[in-house]
Design a protein around this ligand. Sequence first.
Ligand code: MG
Length: 264
Amino acid sequence: MRIIRFHHGGQSHYGVLEGERVSVLTGDIFADWRVTSTHYDLAEVTLLVPVQPPSILCIGKNYKAHIEEFKSKPPAAPILFIKAANSLHDPGAPAPLPAPELTTQIDYEAELAVVIGRPARNVPEEKALDYVFGYTCANDVTARDWQAQDGQWARGKSLDGFCPIGPWIETELDPADLRIEGRLNGAVMQSSRTSMLIFSVPYLISYLSRGMTLLPGTVLLTGTPSGVGFARTPPVFLCHGDVYEVDIEGIGVLTNSFFLPGKD
Ligand code: MG
């Protein structure tokens, strides 16, 4: 099942998407909800970030080839950082680039995002997927210069528009071995499979839930494959007019263009 969040007629709703048909939901998508008799065509609605997360938890250095391109060593345990809620950005919506005097090293990161469905605390790995609501695509946009100068990554990961998520949540999916691809203006920059994750989705949920409740709606970004712009020769950074797509097998494509506010 595909769950979307969307804007129509001045209101936001959750819905179920079947083909091009959107059925409006009422209630709490993590508890008790039902499908109403109200329907729209997908073309009539504006997609929103598919969930409003209480936390955006992110894992760094979780694909071996990405660690090698950063000339880094595989971590002994998952590396956790956060993105702030202001960074969330709707699927399909042009995302603002920060002013060039702040940073010009803005990079893309295609990632599988996990949406937690019920409170997860001290969850064993073999039960971890029972706590998942579904999966979506994310772009962990990053200011590389801020990431390097701060040491702590949160600020360089949290500028406005730095966390596009969507286009919807797919609830029936096995995350173990999905093709994941990132494309810049149509050119493939990142291509891997989730089977290449160092720490798997069940392991990450179990690990993070130790003494820390993962609340319903929590979004977990699982790390990015190799091919990021910063590690290329010469480096590639997002510029005014660029389009980045995150394409994950079984989910769909998250597309966002990027623009410099004030420039044509
Ligand atoms: Mg990342």
